[in-house]
Design a protein around this ligand. Structure first.
Ligand code: COA
Length: 176
């Protein structure tokens, strides 16, 4: 069943559909998104495969993720994903990721979405801990997270390796 949640007059989120793949692809092609994510999809076909797999999670009793499409004034503008759910011994914990198409950034959309989806995730999955990771240079995400109630917990040094370069990660979390 496709779930839809109204967040404000202009913002709605709903479960992802295959037809959202083009916008998901476009959203990750600008320099800021490319710099932040570990992998940039090289084609819409790649995104469609990912989307198909992510949609299968809706059918499971214990999904490993729940991903939503974000709509602003009726336009598909990005996505938000509750992931790393139901890992053995970490069932109380999840991670959240998101991306907005560059034409719709800095309008306060993700702040509203993030607050709502965080509350939804705690309630639905009975979480005690919700994490957000980002690269240290991504000040937008750190500030956004703090505004949404996530607390800075620390830096994981040389946590990732991208194109031969080691990257530090910031971790923010809400703990209940
Ligand atoms: C990060 C991102 C999701 C922010 O979404 P957004 O809808 O533009 O954010 P909002 O407009 O809701 O901003 C909320 C707060 O976040 C902070 N913020 C957002 N964009 C910022 C930027 N470019 N620089 C600094 N702070 C920023 C601000 O504190 C802002 O509040 P303010 O406007 O009162 O100052 C968006 O820039 C994006 O999709 N970036 C590329 C992908 C990415 O980095 N994804 C994160 C993966 S972990």
């Amino acid at each position: 069943m496709t779930k839809e949640i109204k967040i404000s007059k202009d913002i709605v989120i709903r479960h992802i559909k295959l037809s959202d793949s083009q916008v998901f692809f476009d959203s990750e092609q600008d320099q800021d998104a490319k710099k932040n994510f570990m992998r940039t999809p090289i084609s819409v076909e790649v995104v469609k495969e990912d989307t198909k797999n992510e949609m299968k999670e809706y059918e499971k009793d214990k999904p490993s993720s729940e991903k939503f499409t974000i709509l602003y004034k009726g336009n598909i503008v990005g996505w938000i994903n509750i992931n790393q759910l139901n890992n053995p011994h970490f069932e109380h914990r999840a991670k959240i990721d998101f991306c907005l198409h560059q034409d719709f950034r800095k309008k306060g959309i993700m702040l509203e979405v993030l607050k709502k989806v965080s509350s939804y995730a705690f309630e639905k999955y009975k979480l005690k801990r919700l994490e957000m990771w980002t690269r240290t240079f991504n000040k937008a995400v750190s500030k956004l997270g703090e505004k949404a109630g996530f607390e800075f917990e620390g830096i994981l040094r040389k946590n990732k390796c991208k194109n031969g370069k080691y990257l530090d990660d910031v971790i923010l979390a809400i703990v209940k």
